[in-house]
Design a protein around this ligand. Structure first.
Ligand SMILES: Cc1ncc(COP(=O)(O)O)c(C=O)c1O
Length: 424
C-alpha cells in the first residue's frame, strides 16, 4: 500500500488540490471507533467520517446485512425493478418521523441530493420558487445546495453563479448577538423588502447547525418558523443530515422542539458508512411531484438500504439514542471542568453527543481559530482525530461513534482534556 509519505507524493500528483484531506496519513483498517494507518499507527476517531459513523466503523451487523444483500443483488435501479428493502426502510422512517401526519419517504445517495430533492418537492407542492435559508448553514456542495449554504469561504469561492430566489437571514446565537426574535423579524422584513411572501416555497434550517458551529436553534425560533410557515403556506424543511440519526440523543433533533416539520432531510449516520440519504415528510407534500419526478439511477441502492435497515435495528436493540445522551453527559462534564481552567474556552455547547468547544481570544469577542487548531494538532499527535467547525473554525466538534467502548472513550477524553488544558 505504501508509507504515508509515498502516498502523499502520489496523491499530490494524481488528485486535484480542491479535494482536501485533514490528515496526512492513509487509512488501512478501521473498527468501531479506531482507525489504523498504512504504517500501523492507531487513532481514535472522534470525526466519524464527518458524522457518518454513529454506529461505528464497519459495525458487524451492518457489514453482515450488506454482505448478505450483495449475495442477493446489488443494483436493479428502483425505477426499473423495485425491491422490498426500500419499502421496509421507508415504512420504518415514516414511523420514526415526529408528528402525527402520515408520512412518505424517498431515498437518494448523498446529503446534498436529499436537500436538492426537498427543495424540488417544496417548490412543486407550493408552485413557488423562493427559499429562505440561514447564515452559517451548510447544505452541501452541489450548485443549488451551495446557493443555500450560508458561508462563502471555502465552499462558494469561485463557483458562482448560484441559483436565484434564495434569501439568507441570520441564525441566532449569543456569539452573533442575534436573538431568535431578531431572526424571525429578519424574515418578516424580507417579505417587505425583497420577496413577496406568496413567492416563498420553503424555509430550510438545521435544528442544530453542523459545519456552522454546532449551534442549537432556540425553541422560540423553531416555534416561530412553524407559525410563520403555517400562516403563509410555506414548507418547513429541517435539514438533519448532520444532527440526525441519534447524534443529539433523539433519532431526530427536531423531536426536542415539539413541532412537526413538513420535511426532514437525512443522510450520514443513517447508512452506517454507506452512501444513502432520504427525504421524509408529510405524505400530501411528498406526493406533489408526478411519477418520474424524483429518483436517480442509484437512489435507493439496495446495499445502502440493507445498511439503513441494519442501522435501524441497532438503534432499536442497542438504544443508541440513550447511549448518545449518556456519553454526551460524561463528555460535557469533563469538558466543562477543563473549560473552567481555560479562559480561551468561551462555551461548551450542543445536544446529547453533538458537542463543540468554542474558543475566543480571552477578554475579546474575537474567534480564536488558532487555539482550536492547536487543540486539534495536540490531540492528533496523541492519536485522537478531531474536527473543527464554525464560521471562523474556532470550534472543536465531537462526532465519536455512539458504540465506542467505555475504556476507549475515557482514553480519548484524557487526550482531549490534556489538549484543552494545554491552552490555559
Ligand atoms: C446539514 C448538512 N446538510 C447537507 C450536507 C451535505 O451532505 P453530503 O456531503 O452528503 O452531500 C451536510 C454535510 O456535511 C450537512 O452537514
Amino acid at each position: 500500500m505504501g508509507t504515508n509519505n509515498e502516498l502523499q507524493t502520489r496523491r499530490t500528483a494524481a488528485i486535484p488540490k480542491g479535494v482536501a484531506s485533514q490528515c496526512a496519513f492513509y487509512a488501512a483498517k478501521a473498527r468501531n471507533a479506531e482507525i489504523w494507518d498504512t504504517e500501523g499507527k492507531r487513532y481514535i476517531d472522534f470525526a466519524g467520517g464527518i458524522g457518518v459513523l454513529n454506529a461505528g466503523h464497519s459495525h458487524p451487523r451492518v457489514t453482515a446485512a450488506v454482505a448478505a444483500q450483495l449475495e442477493r443483488f446489488s443494483h436493479t435501479c428502483y425505477h426499473v425493478v423495485p425491491h422490498e428493502l426500500y419499502i421496509r426502510a421507508a415504512e420504518r422512517i415514516n414511523a420514526l418521523m415526529p408528528g402525527t401526519a402520515p408520512k412518505k419517504t424517498a431515498f437518494f445517495s448523498t446529503g446534498a441530493e436529499a436537500v436538492e430533492n426537498a427543495v424540488k418537492i417544496a417548490r412543486c407542492h407550493t408552485g413557488r420558487p423562493g427559499i429562505i435559508a440561514f447564515s452559517d448553514a451548510f447544505h452541501g456542495r452541489t450548485n443549488l445546495t451551495l446557493g443555500l449554504t450560508g458561508k462563502v469561504k471555502p465552499y462558494k469561492v469561485g463557483f458562482g453563479p448560484f441559483p436565484g430566489n434564495i434569501y439568507h437571514v441570520p441564525f441566532p446565537g449569543a456569539a452573533r448577538h442575534i436573538s431568535a426574535g431578531e431572526s424571525l423579524r429578519a424574515i418578516r422584513n424580507l417579505f417587505k423588502t425583497t420577496v413577496e411572501v406568496s413567492g416563498v416555497a420553503a424555509v430550510i434550517i438545521e435544528p442544530v447547525q453542523g459545519e456552522g458551529g454546532f449551534n442549537v436553534a432556540p425553541a422560540e425560533l423553531i416555534a416561530g418558523l412553524r407559525a410563520l410557515c403555517d400562516e403563509n403556506g410555506i414548507v418547513l424543511i429541517h435539514d438533519e443530515v448532520q444532527c440526525g440519526f441519534g447524534r443529539t440523543g433523539r433519532i431526530f433533533a427536531s423531536e426536542y422542539y415539539g413541532v412537526e416539520p413538513d420535511i426532514i432531510t437525512m443522510a450520514k449516520s443513517m447508512g452506517g458508512g454507506f452512501p444513502v440519504s432520504a427525504v421524509s415528510g408529510k405524505a400530501h407534500i411528498m406526493d406533489a411531484p408526478s411519477p418520474g419526478g424524483l429518483g436517480g439511477t442509484y437512489a435507493g441502492n439496495p446495499l445502502g438500504l440493507a445498511a439503513v435497515n441494519a442501522v435501524l435495528d441497532l438503534y432499536e436493540e442497542e438504544d443508541l439514542c440513550g447511549r448518545s445522551l449518556a456519553l454526551g453527559e460524561r463528555c460535557r462534564t469533563r469538558l466543562e471542568n477543563a473549560a473552567a481552567a481555560v479562559p480561551r474556552i468561551r462555551e461548551v455547547r450542543g445536544l446529547g453527543s453533538m458537542l463543540a468547544i468554542e474558543f475566543m481570544k480571552p477578554g475579546t469577542d474575537e474567534p480564536d481559530a488558532e487555539a482550536a487548531a492547536r487543540v486539534q494538532a495536540a490531540a492528533l499527535a496523541d492519536g485522537l482525530i478531531l474536527l473543527t467547525c464554525g464560521p471562523a473554525y474556532n470550534n472543536v466538534r465531537l462526532l465519536y461513534p455512539l458504540t465506542i467502548e467505555d475504556a476507549l472513550f475515557d482514553e480519548a477524553l484524557d487526550i482531549l482534556e490534556k489538549a484543552l488544558r494545554s491552552q490555559a
